[in-house]
Design a protein around this ligand. Structure first.
Ligand code: SPQ
Length: 428
């Protein structure tokens, strides 16, 4: 796809539903007794993979765009899937589902695409095995395809080496089916959508700083879920609104869960003109409108406990940093290496093709600003939706047009991304 510089971006868009929350709404609706309705569900490829997997386990799910109805009949009604559970490109689907499958009394086989086959699974399969799960896979359960034979589970006290909502959620979902209490402790607090949504489904959890505990045997009751817009998707428009001259963009109903708002803190520290208008009726998940305007930006240092609060936004923050005065340093972000691509390598290689001065480090990167991005090159998402969108935004500021390959990957989390970008730049 060929893209070129834009003169200004103005107007209002509704950011599609949050991917993390959409996945959980389907999973927990499938485990609950009763009818769960979901509004503003994200109909992106990843969340559709989650629906597909639970349908294969006998759950009746109706999906019509962003409206989803899940006819749950309790966790014991899940049935043995007759074919492979295919998670596509979705790390969240496979890791959370493993926590559910670990305690189910049936056999299942799980796999996904080429990217999923390279992503580490032992971070989840190891604690689940400590609970009594029977999981096998390539390299001793590190890589897909994985097979799970249901087992009786016992609660554990698990100290996770990394801050990861996928590890925490998988262990808690197994804990829901285990004898006794399961506790997960993280080095820093990761996104807490699982905790918030399990509470909305009637499950009791106790939290203490970076630890969460759950007692096994609790039942979920159906709930009505509103999914706010995904702040990870909004981040691309926050960045472009700040970087492109004469711009003002209003983003409606964006999720403002504090475990996800690191990008807002970074934009403010960079000096961005950003206004936050929280909604009064936020229930389980806070949300509100964001207004971003063209800003002069300065470099920042990013590391420590903010990293899990903005991990998926680092590719777009790196681009933003090329337009900030000074050197931006991003550290403590080695987790970037095990995402859909190695996001340290793909960000650096693709931005360099556009003429950016950027250096990879062992756990992050250094970006030198403020620089003019020449463009005039062919770049690729490498099959990673966040890299694809970052490059789509980069094309708005490069001197010469750019050719972006593999833009289909963007369907994973934001199928209407280019439609929204064109609307704001009057190109529709
Ligand atoms: O689902 P997937 O493929 O892992 O998606 C990503 C993304 O960029 O959309 C990561 F590549 O988001 C993860 C996020 O990085 C979604 C997620 C969740 O919903 O629980 C948690 C984070 O991953 P982790 O490994 O830190 O738990």
């Amino acid at each position: 796809m060929k893209r070129e510089k834009v003169q200004a971006l103005n107007g209002e868009i509704h950011i599609p539903g949050d991917k993390s929350i959409s996945h959980r709404s389907v999973m927990f609706g499938a485990l609950a007794k009763g009818t769960t309705t979901v509004k503003n569900f994200l109909p992106g490829a990843d969340c559709l993979s989650t629906i597909d997997c639970f349908r294969k386990m006998g759950v009746r799910i109706e999906q019509n765009g962003s409206d989803v109805v899940i006819h749950g009949n309790g966790i014991d009604s899940l049935s043995e899937p007759e074919s492979l559970l295919d998670v596509g490109n979705s790390g969240t689907t496979i890791r959370l589902m493993l926590g559910i499958l670990a305690g189910r009394p049936f056999y299942s086989a799980v796999a996904g695409d080429e990217s999923i086959a390279k992503r580490p699974m032992k971070r989840v399969t190891e604690p689940l095995k400590q609970m009594g799960a029977k999981i096998d896979g390539r390299a001793g359960g590190e890589f897909t395809p994985l097979s799970v034979s249901g087992a009786s589970l016992k609660g554990i006290d698990y100290v996770s080496p990394v801050a990861s909502a996928q590890i925490k959620s998988a262990v808690l979902l197994a804990g829901l089916q285990a004898e006794g209490t399961t506790t997960v402790t993280e080095p820093h607090k990761s996104r807490d959508h699982t905790e918030r949504m399990l509470s909305a489904f009637g499950v009791k959890l106790s939290e203490d700083q970076t630890s969460v505990s759950i007692t096994g045997g609790q039942k979920l009751t159906a709930a009505d879920i509103f999914v706010p817009g995904d702040i990870s998707s909004a981040a691309f428009f926050l960045a472009v609104g700040a970087m492109v001259p004469n711009s003002k963009i209003i983003l409606k109903n964006v999720g403002l869960n504090p475990t996800r708002t690191g990008v807002i803190d970074v934009l403010k520290n960079m000096g961005a003109k950003l206004e936050i208008k929280p909604s009064a009726d936020s229930s389980a998940e806070p949300y509100g409108d964001l207004v971003i305007e063209t800003s002069s930006l300065k470099a920042v240092e990013i590391g420590g406990d903010i990293i899990p609060r903005l991990i998926d936004e680092i590719p777009i923050i790196a681009l933003l940093a090329t337009q900030a005065e000074g050197t931006t340093v991003i550290k403590d972000a080695a987790e970037l290496k095990v995402k859909e691509t190695n996001r340290i390598d793909t960000v650096v290689s693709e931005l360099r093709k556009l003429g950016a001065e950027i250096e990879p480090t062992a756990d992050g990167m250094k970006v030198y600003g403020k620089q003019t991005l020449k463009g005039g090159a062919t770049v690729s998402s490498h099959g990673d939706h966040r890299i694809g969108m970052m490059l789509g935004i980069a094309s708005c500021i490069t001197e010469e047009p750019i050719e972006i390959e593999q833009t289909d990957a963007i369907h994973v989390s934001y199928p209407t991304f280019f439609k929204h970008l064109n609307k704001l730049s009057n190109k529709s």
